[in-house]
Design a binder for this molecule. Structure first.
Ligand SMILES: Cc1ncc(COP(=O)(O)OP(=O)(O)O)c(N)n1
Ligand SMILES: Cc1nc(C(=O)O)sc1CCOP(=O)(O)O
Ligand SMILES: [Mg+2]
Length: 348
């Protein structure tokens, strides 16, 4: 065996050659999903541009250093590479591969071609941004965000709807549902689109109440369906596998059905009677305790919850709550959001 210090430049060239290939292959795999799975022109263009930037550095001298038969690593395969339990896992593995390859190019590039090393550092930051954009939109990525959202704002119609939601986002909110039971469809569509963009800017999830068609039209992260809305399986068929579907439940039977139908999360309520949903009897804290003991999926206590009674809801076992008036009617939505988040143990 030749010691690498005997021929360091050839070895470095082999490392650069292999990692330029590795990074581009990983990008191509991600690009195919952006193009054919998501139909997303801008993510597809970003992957392609990254690949083309890398191609510029893959010069003939690096290719000439390749020695595949003499490479002891070609037979080494980790079992994790043979198993991809989900699309999310496949994309994540390839994004990690690209990031690792870029880091290798950056480090070894410093020894031989510093300009390429500096360029690869910038490309790595772009891949991180791609990662968060893309994984934020897979089912795994969306569910990860949902689990990390202790507070869920369900909106009500308001002349200052967008500024209120933005104020709440500034207070740390990361999950929003557009709920409007009375507006005409063109208004709903327009508001849903604006809210969706706003939420994206703050890296928050955006769901639409009741309306699968509007959720799809604005490319929302999901939909919330009540007991009177369409079956979850049908919504899944329309929305595809990556979006979140929530279901309202008021008692253990409804919870059980929501679970067997494949809900991603459930609403648990109304905890207290509320004018926002007038006429619906309270399910009470007993049902919150039941959910705490039995729900295997994320669940949000909802109905009449405010800063005053939140402590009781938390004491009954809730770690995630949904509110309408406590934010929509607050004098200062940013501070109201922060106060609720602090009580939920997630304040700034
Ligand atoms: C998080 C959350 N939970 C429950 C509901 C209520 O949904 P639904 O029973 O369909 O009633 P409407 O909101 O459509 O009046 C919800 N929207 N969000
Ligand atoms: C929209 C909604 N759904 C409920 C349910 O129990 O399913 S309670 C509710 C209204 C919650 O509004 P507020 O926070 O203003 O009381
Ligand atoms: Mg509904």
């Amino acid at each position: 065996m030749n010691h690498p210090v005997d021929r360091p430049l050839t070895a470095i060239h082999r490392i650069l050659d292999a990692n330029l290939d590795r990074a581009r292959e990983g990008l191509r795999i991600v690009e195919e999903w952006c193009r054919f799975g998501l139909n997303d022109a801008s993510l597809t263009a970003e992957c392609k541009d990254l690949r083309q930037h890398l191609a510029q550095w893959h010069t003939a001298d690096l290719r000439a250093a390749r020695d595949t038969p003499g490479d002891p690593g070609t037979d080494l395969t980790h079992t994790a590479e043979m198993e991809r339990p989900s699309l999310g896992a496949l994309l994540q593995a390839n994004l990690c591969r690209v990031q690792e390859a870029l880091r290798v190019l950056e480090e070894y590039g410093k020894l031989d071609r510093p300009e390429m090393a500096a360029a690869c550092k910038q490309l790595r930051y772009r891949v991180y941004a791609l990662d968060s954009q893309l994984m934020g939109r897979s089912h795994d990525g969306r569910m990860h965000k949902l689990r990390r959202s202790p507070l869920y704002l369900v909106t009500s119609p308001h002349e200052h709807l967008l500024p209120i939601v933005e104020a709440a986002l500034q207070g740390g909110l990361s999950l929003v549902q557009y709920r409007d039971k009375t507006a005409e469809d063109p208004t709903r569509l327009q508001l849903a689109e604006k809210l969706c963009h706003l939420c994206r800017r703050y890296d928050a999830l955006f769901l639409v109440n009741d309306r699968v068609d509007i959720a799809l039209a604005v490319d929302a992260d999901g939909v919330h369906l009540g007991q009177q809305d369409i079956p979850i399986a049908l919504a899944r068929q329309i929305l595809g596998p990556s979006r979140i579907i929530g279901r309202s439940t008021t008692n253990p039977d409804e919870m059980q059905r929501a679970l067997s139908e494949g809900a991603d999360y459930i609403g648990v309520g109304p905890v207290y009677e509320t004018p926002t949903k007038a006429g619906k009897a309270a399910a009470g804290l007993d049902y919150v305790r039941y959910a705490a003991a039995h729900s295997p999926i994320p669940w949000f206590a909802i109905g009449g919850i405010d800063a005053e009674n939140l402590g009781d809801v938390i004491a009954a076992g809730a770690t995630q709550v949904a509110v309408v008036r406590a934010i929509m009617q607050a004098q200062q939505p940013t501070q109201a959001t922060q106060a609720l988040l602090t009580k939920l143990g997630a304040g700034a």
